[in-house]
Design a protein around this ligand. Structure first.
Ligand code: GDP
Ligand code: MN
Length: 397
């Protein structure tokens, strides 16, 4: 589950990672209120107005603005709330902004220089270990840094037997060329950040930029956080941060039925039992020239109720031009599934796309006869290649 920046920062703050003071606002009036309060508690003269959406690159898309007076805070908030923010990480049509974070400006000028770094904590899937990835080049697209100047990216792998070692945290500060108080503050920053990551069962904490302010304080200016869904049950406080408005509405509904559904951009709806078979089915659709509209694993049972729920979810996507049902009858008998499809078909009245059904396994022949004799607009196949051909025919009609 992805978190908003302001939510990620609330976790960081709890662990002693310094973050700029900020207040969430859902209207220009609230933003003005927030700006005045931030001035009162921090003395800040400038503020940043930051769109809160689940995507990075907001600055480039016009979703992060520096306000130099309260009137600008009001003006920028009015402009950003309600806007369709398009960034390299949003879907092409962008994401609607409904709230902004009003934040103290920490890029204030001072006697010494300001520097921006990149620091993230994530799981290295190759080694199965957590690692800290960091770079003295911050505030930039890290993929571009990796491509152009790979020598400017450093990593610290954490041995689960010992945890993050003191020398590793010091090496981060050293490789970022910090000295004095900035060095000490960075060591503490890295240690607290790592603890926040571990304790919240996160798979990613990406801070870009990390700022060394002119007074040598180290701030997490941005926070991109992903939490492992499988661990949410032990973090009720984080679980309630879920923002359904940020998720695909069809996926939200599918999760209510406990269906494993992921929306894709193609036009062939897929209903399959088992994740492996679902992947293979999507490959097959691609190879025969089609494009899957979704991933949907109805699970091992594939009973009539599940099949009906699956159809209803798939049909909510207006791009779907044909549906391929690919069920392997192992524990579940194919003729039972076929009956489920017939019942579902009769219960749903807006099925206006061709349905191709491939049932293989126990009682596959009986299932095909049931479907063929049902009088419904269902085309059945037993072999996968036949099903692929039927999908193609249906699409080109
Ligand atoms: P992103 O574009 O979604 O990654 O959002 P960020 O939170 O990283 O903000 C984008 C950029 O805005 C940063 O790289 C900074 O250059 C700038 N920015 C963020 N916070 C401040 C601030 O407090 N003061 C100033 N002057 N600039 C800021
Ligand atoms: Mn950023």
């Amino acid at each position: 589950m992805d978190l908003h920046e302001f939510q990620g920062k609330s976790i960081l703050k709890k662990y002693g990672v310094s973050v700029p003071e900020g207040i969430l606002a859902e209207s220009p009036e609230q933003a003005v209120e927030a700006a005045k309060h931030l001035h009162a508690i921090t003395g800040t003269k400038f503020w940043v107005v930051k769109a809160q959406i689940h995507a990075g690159g907001r600055g480039k898309g016009g979703g992060v603005k520096l306000a130099k007076n309260v009137r600008e805070v009001e003006k920028f908030t009015d402009k950003i709330i309600g806007m369709n923010l398009i960034t390299p990480q949003t879907p092409p049509e962008g994401k609607k902004v409904s709230k902004v974070l009003i934040q103290q400006d920490v890029f204030y000028p001072g006697p010494s220089d300001i520097r921006e770094f990149y620091i993230s904590v994530l799981l290295n899937r190759k080694t199965g270990r957590n690692m800290i990835m960091y770079s003295p080049i911050g505030g930039m697209d890290i993929e571009a840094v990796a491509e152009k100047t790979p020598d400017q990216i450093f990593t610290e792998e954490i041995d689960p037997r010992y945890g993050l070692q003191g020398f590793q945290a010091r090496r981060v500060a050293f490789n970022l060329s910090l000295e004095g108080d900035a060095f000490k503050n960075m060591v503490k920053f890295v240690q607290s950040l790592y603890k926040a990551y571990l304790d919240s069962d996160a798979t990613l904490f990406e801070i870009n930029p990390v700022l060394k302010a002119s007074d040598d304080k180290i701030f997490a200016v941005d926070a991109k956080v992903t939490i492992d869904n499988n661990a949410l049950y032990r973090h009720p406080d984080i679980a309630q941060m879920r923002d359904l408005a940020e998720e695909d509405p069809i996926e939200v509904e599918a999760s209510r039925y406990d269906l494993n559904y992921v929306k894709l951009n193609g036009n062939v709806g897929c209903m399959v039992n088992g994740a492996g078979l679902a992947m293979a089915t999507m490959d097959m659709i691609k190879m025969s020239g089609g494009d899957p509209a979704n991933f949907l694993d109805v699970g091992g049972t594939a009973n009539a109720k599940r099949v009906e729920e699956g159809f209803r979810i798939i049909l909510k996507d207006p791009n779907v031009k044909a549906i391929l049902v690919n069920i392997f009858g192992g524990i579940v008998r194919c003729d039972r599934v076929a009956q489920g499809i017939i019942d579902a078909y009769n219960n749903i009245d807006n099925i206006n796309v061709p349905i191709i059904v491939r049932l293989q396994g126990t009682n596959a022949e009986e299932a095909k006869i049931l479907l063929d004799e049902s009088g419904l607009e269902v085309r059945s196949a037993i072999a996968l290649e036949d099903a692929a051909r039927l999908v193609n025919e249906a699409l080109s009609e």
